[in-house]
Write a protein that binds this ligand. Structure first.
Ligand code: ATP
Length: 231
């Protein structure tokens, strides 16, 4: 279980997160929705150990998550960052191998990735920078799975992708979750995120202003007006 307790983080004088607390049960998807600048990426980076919060704690079971970030990866918590951060000049396979750098024998991880995404095996020597946006996002997620995580942090996985590809990414997230991996999902496509989330929180100005099940928030008038709009 992931437990975030009274977390606050500032960049110098700029407050990004204020007193955020929530729990995510094993095997669940939690969606975090909120406008630009609400603090979503900062929250993800704190959990992944990339930022050190000024106050509060993050627990993954009995383990405290804190910098340096490889500690989280070793414990099975992996961030797939906004913007994908794939290495464009490296091959598809080398990008995958970088995701499993903490694991000695990478063959089972590669096999799993290629089973999940047969096109990656066919194109394993292709430069990653020549893949489409959707393919690059899938590669970023596959790379995140290489260290065999229990818990995946997905920051804006559908950003900049065409609607049909967004559906593929959402289906992929459901499939990964069905394998027992818990997921914290930050997504600007709030309707789609709430559609697959067991639980959800709304961040505004660094604070959680609403929480509930994905279904509840999808039907909430305020959420519809602010984040979902017309169908
Ligand atoms: P977006 O969807 O635009 O990525 P977000 O919800 O992820 O937004 P954050 O990126 O976490 O929000 O930003 C929260 C606040 O912290 C914003 O006011 C932002 O301007 C500020 N901020 C983010 N990164 C930095 C930084 N490196 N230095 C200073 N301020 C920052």
């Amino acid at each position: 279980m992931l437990k975030v307790e009274n977390l606050s983080f500032s960049y110098g004088k700029i407050r990004a997160i204020t007193n955020v607390s929530f729990e995510l049960k094993d095997g669940e998807i939690m969606a975090i929705i909120g406008a630009n600048g609400a603090g979503k990426s900062s929250l993800m980076k704190c959990i992944a150990g990339l930022l050190k919060p000024q106050a509060g704690n993050i627990w993954f079971g009995k383990i405290k998550l804190e910098p340096p970030p490889f500690k989280a990866v070793k414990k099975g918590v992996v961030l797939v960052p906004e913007g994908r951060w794939i290495f464009p000049n490296l091959s598809v396979e080398d990008n995958l191998l970088l995701g499993g750098y903490i694991i000695k024998d990478q063959r089972p991880g590669l096999k799993r990735a290629y089973n999940m995404f047969p096109w990656m095996e066919e194109r394993k020597t292709q430069r990653a920078g020549t893949l489409s946006g959707g393919e690059q996002q899938m590669l970023a997620i596959a790379r995140g799975l290489m260290s065999n995580p229990e818990f995946l942090l997905l920051d804006e996985p559908s950003l900049g992708l065409a609607p049909l590809i967004v559906n593929d990414i959402i289906e992929l997230i459901k499939m990964i979750n069905a394998q027992g991996i818990s997921i914290l999902l930050v997504e600007q496509n709030a309707r789609k995120a709430l559609g697959i989330a067991h639980q959800a929180c709304v961040l505004e100005g660094g604070k959680i202003v609403k929480r509930g099940s994905g279904k509840e928030l999808s039907a909430d008038e305020e959420i519809i007006a602010a984040y979902l709009g017309k169908k």
